[in-house]
Structure formats: structure tokens, C-alpha cells
Design a protein around this ligand. Sequence first.
Ligand code: BGC
Length: 384
Amino acid sequence: MMPRQLTTVCATVLLTFSIAGLAFAQVSTRHMQAVQQKSFGTQDGRPVTLYTLTNVNGVEVDTMNYGGIILSIRVPDRKGQFADVVLGHEKLEGYIPNPPYIGAVVGRYANRIANGTFTLDGKTYTLPKNDGPNTLHGGVDKTFNKVVWDGEALKGKAGVTYTYLSKDGDDGFPGNLKLRVTYTLTNTNELVIDYEATTDKATPINLSQHSYFNLAGEGTGEILNHEVMINADRFTPVDKNLIPTGELRPVKGTPLDFTTSTKIGARVDDTYEQIALGHGYDHNWVINRNKGDDGLVLAARVYEPTTGRVLEVTTTQPGVQFYTGNFLDGTVTGKQGHVYKRRYGFCLETQHFPDSPNHPDFPSTILKPGETFRSKTVFKFSAK
Ligand code: BGC
């Protein structure tokens, strides 16, 4: 018989080992299950899968192969409290249709093309118009936000790759365009988005991600309290149809100057003509970068004072559309029955400039056969 004290010691040691073992098992399971998948319904007769990316800090991103949509991003605040910081829906049906493009990959041409037309190599192309006289976010039919992509979870990483073939003539665009979009969640709380494309005919291409953020938590109200810094000395002013006039105008002395961090609400309803035309902020900023540098640079940093959450956006793209959800009007009900009203979310859509195919002076958006389009954007979350 073991003396009582020794029995207790042995039991304690055993218990400690099993608790440690359990904790180890949990950590390694977490690592092993960096991507979880589940069936999420069908669309156009094709299966839709929900992928949940998880990192070692417990940050989680839900995304699906329908539209490459990001459904939720759960990140901690300064006290370690988690909240979902993007607008969205709990079910696939919520996204059909999805007029505000919530969470989606947008293309073949993100943002606007004036009068739904452009000329390339002497040929004029006509696109469907879905925004007054313009084509917005690629048109109406097989736009990237509402087609079923192929999805494949990354191995040994919290990530997923979506691929899609956009056919020659889809929505009026030339060329079979092979697309690849990869979302990777790192252990430093970055959501990295890699875009890649090749074509068999010259075509304009502009790809972006249309998540609406509210760093206080989706559905908690207007985003006017968020403090925004945009790393841009110039923006592309627009006409009444939100088409760039062609000018690259200095932000200095205008309510579009976010070179120092400023609350969105401070000037969002300013009488400045450009703000009136955009019904708030809905403009493309020209990101500051050194000539010849096509690497990642800071586009914007956003701070939410009540929670301390920070979103930092870096990109290889030349522009960013800062859109303050001016057209959200309470007609969309999202997660947990939250009604998404005007300015309940903001977007930072990294991109080439709107209507570039009709502006030879803007950085080119033409992808040619034999070339590979590559771009990268990183959404980094932290708290202070
Ligand atoms: C545009 C807005 C538009 C929104 C939803 C943004 O990229 O700039 O004008 O309302 O997308 O379509």
C-alpha cells in the first residue's frame, strides 16, 4: 500500500501531466485545424464551402468560395475581447443577392468604367451598365462577387485559394482570364490577400476586396468615430457620376486630407464639392510611393477609440477607394438581425484608379497574354 501522502503526490503529478497533455493536444489540434471546412449550401448547382481560418491567437476568418466572400473576421480589442469587425450574413442565402457587394472579391474591373465602354487595340468594347451610365464592379452577369469559385484549403497554413475562369466575352470583356485569389491568416493577425491572373487576350483588370469594416463590431452603429490616416498626398476628383476627371489633386487644404489621423465624422458632410458628389467619402486616393517601388506600402491606418482596435492596410496597388457606406440604407439585414444603415461600415478597396481604361495617363490596367497580373493587400489587426 502506498502511503496516503505519496498517493496524493502521484495523483497530482498525474493530473498535472494530463492537463499539460490536454493543453498540448489542444494547441496542436488548433495548429492542425488551421482551416476548417463545412458545406454551406449550393448555388448555380455547385457546392459552396465555408472555410474558417484560425491562427494561434484565436483570430478567425470565415470565407466561402461563392464570390470569394469574407463573412466574418473575429479579432480582439485592447482588453482581449473578441468581436466580428465586418458586416455580413450568417447564411449563404443572405448574400443572394448582395447589392452592396458585402465582403466580396470584385472584378473583372473593380469600381467604375465610364459609359460602360473602352477601346483597346483599336476595338471598342461595350459592357453592361449597372450604375447610371457606368459599369460598376464588372457589370451584371458573371461578376466575380457572385460566381462560385473553386476552393482549396492551404496545407499547413491558415489559408484558402480560390480559382475561377472568367470566359472570353463574359460581361463584355475580352479574353479567357484565369484567376487565383488566396487568403492567408498569419499568426501576427494579418489577413494577406494575393491576387493572380493570366489571359489569352489583352483585357483590363482591376481586382479588389469589398469588406465593410466596423472595428467596434459589426452592427454597433455608424463608423464616424473611427480615426483614419490615409497615406496619400493626392486623390482623383470625380464628376457627378463618380468618374475621375483625370486630375490628380493635392488633398492639402481639403476634407480629403487624411495625412494626419482624423475622425471620419469630422468632415464627412463637409460642403466641399467633392464630398457632396460622393455623398460622403467615396473616392480614390493615390497612395504615396517612391517611383519604381512596386512593393507593399502603407495605404491606410484606422483606429477605433472605444475598443482600441486598429486596422492597417498595406498594398502593392497604386490606389485605395475609401468608401464610407454612404449608400447603405437600412434595406440589408445582416448578422444577428443587425440592420445595416447609412455609414454602418467603411471600405478600403485597394485598386487601380477608377476608369483607367479611358485614362491613358493613369497607371495601366491592361493585362496582356504572356504576362501575369499579381497584387497583394494585407489587412493587419491589432489593438492599443
Ligand atoms: C463604390 C460605391 C458603391 C459601393 C457598392 C464602392 O466601391 O465606390 O460608390 O456604392 O462600392 O457598390
